[in-house]
Design a protein around this ligand. Structure first.
Ligand SMILES: *[C@@H]1O[C@H](CO)[C@@H](O)[C@H](O)[C@H]1NC(C)=O
Ligand SMILES: *[C@@H]1O[C@H](CO)[C@@H](O)[C@H](O)[C@H]1NC(C)=O
Ligand SMILES: *[C@@H]1O[C@H](CO)[C@@H](O)[C@H](O)[C@H]1NC(C)=O
Ligand SMILES: *[C@@H]1O[C@H](CO)[C@@H](O)[C@H](O)[C@H]1NC(C)=O
Ligand SMILES: *[C@@H]1O[C@H](CO)[C@@H](O)[C@H](O)[C@H]1NC(C)=O
Ligand SMILES: *[C@@H]1O[C@H](CO)[C@@H](O)[C@H](O)[C@H]1NC(C)=O
Length: 281
């Protein structure tokens, strides 16, 4: 079992943060956290100001109160150095009830596991939450984590088709309303393979495509012959399995709350570097 951590343009942020990971396969009816990242590391020796704490609580309340309208919400709370930017996004196939539950779970991690952190990214199977004192909306950053069992090899028919299948999925996902798509690959006697991809709904479509392509380029050689894998990133995530791990709900949310954000052209265009830190679990 291996977690491969590809550092991208946000090297500095990641170098200063805690990254906690665990490998748990993702099923439709369970919500597990593959990991979270706090920066600076959660501890009791440093503190954030009371107004930062108040703003964070208000931000988290606001995310929880508004996410159900469309499965995605972003907000900024506070002023000057205490301003916090945050977003929450539920996976495109997740029901509103599960979205609410996942939002609550993420808030628990934010308050409990990222105490005194100025920024946090929290991944769950059903949702992704992120906040920071730096404005990050609309900016794709390259950091991603690949989670896979490196000895769980797939049959050759599936290996031949798998990456091409996911590359196609990566190319169609940016055109979807919710920047979310699932797809099924038929591999004859080897059965079916299931793919899913999703980008942050604050990203432009073009950056969504670059984010997903970048993950396949970075991790392709490590995952191409495997039966299942998951890649979690700050801007996008991808999943590949030999069973249907997503739910059958087609689109629980209308596009009502979808707004592409057009303000920042940041460092997000930089191609992922392939510096890796490997953690053996
Ligand atoms: C911080 O202190 C609280 C209460 O004393 C404790 O429960 C928590 O585990 C501590 N956190 C860290 C990261 O040391
Ligand atoms: C989430 O938390 C809120 C406030 O604590 C609560 O009212 C709501 O029932 C929770 N939702 C779920 C699905 O757990
Ligand atoms: C989310 O749902 C699970 C299973 O129903 C429950 O155990 C958990 O307490 C819920 N979490 C929150 C924060 O409401
Ligand atoms: C948060 O920390 C608690 C222990 O303090 C741990 O049991 C829990 O698994 C952590 N949450 C996540 C999502 O890793
Ligand atoms: C990894 O895959 C191999 C081959 O299928 C399996 O024997 C092993 O139990 C798997 N390891 C874990 C931790 O799931
Ligand atoms: C989705 O529907 C298919 C066929 O109706 C069924 O076999 C499968 O178990 C369902 N999956 C989930 C996760 O509900």
């Amino acid at each position: 079992m291996k977690n491969t951590f590809h550092k991208g343009t946000n090297f500095l942020i990641l170098a200063l943060s805690t990254l906690v990971l665990s490998f748990i396969p993702c099923y439709a009816d369970t919500n597990v956290s593959p990991g979270y990242m706090c920066s600076p590391e959660a501890d009791n020796s440093t503190t954030v100001s009371d107004s930062f704490k108040t703003n964070l609580n208000n931000l988290l309340d606001s995310l929880a109160a508004n996410v159900l309208q469309s499965g995605f919400y972003k907000a900024a709370v506070g002023k000057n150095s205490n301003k916090i930017y945050g977003l929450i996004q539920c996976r495109g196939d997740v029901s509103p009830t599960n979205c609410a539950n996942c939002t609550n779970e993420s808030i628990k991690v934010a308050l409990h596991n990222c105490t005194n952190s100025k920024s946090a990214a929290i991944w769950f199977s059903w949702c992704f939450m992120r906040y920071s004192s730096e404005k990050f909306f609309g900016t794709w950053e390259g950091g991603s984590v690949g989670i896979y069992n490196q000895t769980d090899f797939d049959d050759s028919t599936a290996v031949l088709k798998g990456i091409g299948f996911m590359t196609t999925l990566a190319s169609v996902t940016p055109n979807q309303l919710l920047l979310f798509q699932t797809s099924v690959l038929d591999v004859g006697q080897s059965g079916q393979r299931f793919g899913m991809a999703q980008c942050g709904r604050d990203l432009r479509r073009s950056d969504c495509g670059k984010c997903l392509d970048g993950q396949l380029v970075s991790f392709g050689a490590s995952i191409e012959n495997l039966r299942g894998w998951e890649i979690y990133g700050l801007g996008c995530s991808m999943w590949y399995r030999d069973f249907q791990f997503y739910s059958n709900i087609s689109t629980p949310y209308s596009a009502g709350g979808r707004r592409l954000w057009h303000g920042v052209v940041g460092v997000s265009m930089t191609i992922l570097s392939t510096l890796t830190v490997q953690t053996v679990l």
